[in-house]
Design a protein around this ligand. Structure first.
Ligand code: AMP
Length: 459
């Protein structure tokens, strides 16, 4: 048996203490297998999916190697999407709470260069970002890698799928040879092996069971006729009425069509796919995460890197050709000890795909006729929360406390009806329990926040 106590690793006592304070009692399997190697300086290829604790695995490695008094970029994490980069930065900052004066910088596209330049000038220990923007900084000479000791490629398979191969090559060529390189990937196609061979040195592969604990995820196949697919989806959604459901489609066009149809049928649904602008993406994700939208219809690429905790159900509108992608999709539900639901619509033409998935999982999945589902006739499909958008954000020095203060102070609204607050550069989203949303909108519009009035509207 491989030890699972963090205390068995050569880690600083302050880091160990912080892990305990974060509630990380023992290592997850990917951590237990990879951390001894990572801490010994070995290059590692880790096959791990989101939710496995992979961020902490490379994060603990990165933090253990830092020479804090030296303000040069010593660690770099490359991610396929901005959402994943934000998530990784967040987790690194939580892990780094025990170190004073550590700077972790997120460098992604879709946001202005200016503030990033300023932050880089002040020096950073770790940079996390997407390949395109990293490359821009390298070309402009605003990012310098001569002190780099550890490079992490996170979701490397997806970065290759998204066409970042050349960018990655150029970035890596600018890094010192004498570095440690960690490659994290959910799948291990040929292209990853080839990539590893050019950027890693004597790597050791670590693989933990890709298959989920079937106790954790209740999986069902719903047999449907092709033309009745959308009606079947509505029936399933109406029957389960899950708080947050991610619906996967194979194409962008279908995503939009499915979301539009669901909306017409009274469901709270939005689509997310590669054609959305960054601001729209941020908005959609924030509204889904704060429970003011219950259903998100996504393509695989758009859903990558979305870290929505408490995702109650995943529905496959169509089965994927690749069983690994299916396993990845359904792994988004049933995290953190909760039982998840993974429901797939299966048409006659998809039977082969269904069997391939069962083979990959090594289990039989129960097939159900959609007609067996009951749907309460009086069902309302409204999401429990409503998002209010305040036309002021980080640039106005807005902080969550300012908004809570404006709502709960004189306005007399209970803090318990206020949900997530997401602050962006120029605007802020606040989730409010539906019955209190109208009052909150009135109060936020009528009261000053940070000494001035802001425009507020409801989605
Ligand atoms: P990741 O796979 O990096 O997306 O991590 C999934 C979640 O697991 C994150 O919310 C982490 O904060 C959490 N996590 C990571 N390592 C541990 C651990 N050893 N014990 C408990 N939770 C953890």
């Amino acid at each position: 048996m491989i030890p699972t106590a963090f205390a068995t690793l050569p880690l600083k006592p302050s880091l160990l203490q912080n892990l305990t304070s974060l509630g990380y009692d023992k290592m997850t399997p990917i951590q237990a297998h990879s951390l001894p190697l990572i801490l010994a300086g070995t290059d590692v290829i880790a096959q791990a999916k989101t939710g496995s604790g992979k961020t902490a695995a490379f994060g603990i490695g990165l933090l253990s190697r830092l020479v804090v008094p030296h303000f040069g970029v010593q660690g770099m994490v490359l991610c396929p999407t901005r959402e994943l980069a934000d998530q990784v930065s967040k987790e690194l900052r939580r892990l780094a709470r025990f170190i004073d004066n550590i700077k972790i910088l997120t460098l992604c596209g879709g946001v202005p260069f200016g503030p990033q330049l300023g932050s880089l000038e002040h020096g950073a220990h770790i940079v996390v970002g997407t390949p395109g923007r990293m490359l821009d900084h390298l070309r402009r000479g605003t990012l310098e890698l001569k002190s780099l000791r550890m490079l992490v490629l996170d979701e490397a398979d997806r970065m290759l799928d998204m066409g970042f191969q050349d960018d990655l090559k150029t970035i890596i060529a600018a890094a010192p040879r004498n570095r440690q390189t960690l490659l994290f990937s959910a799948t291990y196609p040929e292209s990853i092996a080839a990539m590893s061979a050019t950027v890693q040195s004597q790597p050791v592969t670590v693989k933990v069971e890709a298959v989920h604990d079937s106790q954790q995820i209740k999986q069902l196949f719903y047999l449907v006729e092709r033309e009745k697919r959308t009606a079947a989806l509505a029936q399933i959604l109406g029957h389960y009425r899950a708080e947050s459901t991610l619906v996967f489609c194979n194409t962008k066009k279908e995503c939009q069509e499915v979301a539009d149809t669901l909306k017409q049928r009274g469901f709270s649904a939005l689509a997310i796919h590669g054609d959305l602008e960054q601001r729209e993406r941020d908005q959609v994700l924030a509204r889904f995460a704060n429970k003011s939208v219950s259903i998100l219809v996504a393509t695989d690429v758009a859903a990558r890197g979305i870290d929505i905790k408490e995702l109650s159900a995943v529905i496959n509108y169509e089965l994927t050709r690749d069983p690994e992608v299916h396993i990845h999709r359904i792994g988004r539900t049933g995290r953190a000890g909760e039982q998840g639901l993974a429901l797939s619509l299966v048409t006659d033409a998809e039977r082969r795909r269904a069997t391939a998935i069962e083979d990959a999982l090594g289990e039989t999945i129960v097939r159900v006729e959609v007609e067996t589902l009951t749907m309460p006739s009086t069902a309302t499909h409204e999401a429990p929360m409503v998002t209010l958008c305040i036309e002021g954000g980080r640039k106005n020095k807005m902080r969550p406390g300012d908004i809570l203060g404006a709502l709960t102070g004189e306005a007399g609204i209970s803090g318990s009806v206020v949900g997530k607050i997401n602050i962006f550069d120029f605007h802020t989203y606040v989730a409010i329990r539906r019955p209190s949303a109208k009052l909150a909108l009135e109060r936020l519009s009528a009261n000053k926040i940070k000494g001035r009035f802001f425009k507020v509207r409801k989605f």
